[in-house]
Design a binder for this molecule. Sequence first.
Ligand SMILES: *[C@@H]1O[C@H](CO)[C@@H](O)[C@H](O)[C@H]1NC(C)=O
Ligand SMILES: *[C@@H]1O[C@H](CO)[C@@H](O)[C@H](O)[C@H]1NC(C)=O
Ligand SMILES: *[C@@H]1O[C@H](CO)[C@@H](O)[C@H](O)[C@H]1NC(C)=O
Length: 212
Amino acid sequence: MPSQRDHGSILFKTKLITGHNGHTHPLIWLLAFICTIIAIGVIVAGIIVFVGYFIIHPRVPTISVANAHLDIFKNDYAGLLQTQITIVVVAQNGNAKAHATFSHIRFNVSYQNHDLAVLVSDRFEVPKNSSKYLKYVVQAASIPLNPDQMGDVDYSWKRDIVGFDLQGNARTQWRVGPLGSLKFWCNLECTLKFHPWNGSYIPSKSCTSKSK
Ligand SMILES: *[C@@H]1O[C@H](CO)[C@@H](O)[C@H](O)[C@H]1NC(C)=O
Ligand SMILES: *[C@@H]1O[C@H](CO)[C@@H](O)[C@H](O)[C@H]1NC(C)=O
Ligand SMILES: *[C@@H]1O[C@H](CO)[C@@H](O)[C@H](O)[C@H]1NC(C)=O
């Protein structure tokens, strides 16, 4: 003969499975159904993002210095430097399936801590697997140099190397298929180096943006 306790636990189990009136409430079925659908949806979405990432292979668009030229570089005995640089910047979108938008472009050009110019651009689009070139001519008529800086200019001529600092940011945004749109800041910080005797640019790998 079963004890009172066993009888009670059997009763409890029966109640749990069948509910009050002996049937599972339709609302419970509906909730279970919705939970299952949501769980499947989350798993499928995860798989799509994971596989999509490798199929689409998103590449962060970059900004880099494509070319440059030191057009003018001369100083007088009073220590005033006159200079002109042509800088060609390229915005590259290596994505085969997505346009990229570049905005908030702002780069400072300086020589020995003297600001020469701020390079800016309106927002623009770069089609898929394509690039856009921006040309800037930076002119500075009379930068006052102190005796140390005048010495640096002389030394630049002797070594046939002179450096200008380029520093700034651009905002880039592109759509990655169904994954939505990605936004990054491109950060560019490098030294533009030239041979002052013939003005030719010395390319540098660091003159390509790093994203953050
Ligand atoms: C991207 O462009 C380069 C040349 O500009 C071409 O060789 C390459 O096949 C293109 N890739 C795609 C996926 O369109
Ligand atoms: C660029 O120069 C401006 C002033 O000329 C300054 O306000 C700004 O902070 C500089 N930006 C960078 C990134 O150095
Ligand atoms: C400029 O001068 C440098 C150093 O003498 C040389 O390596 C470079 O080829 C020259 N560039 C041109 C375009 O003549």
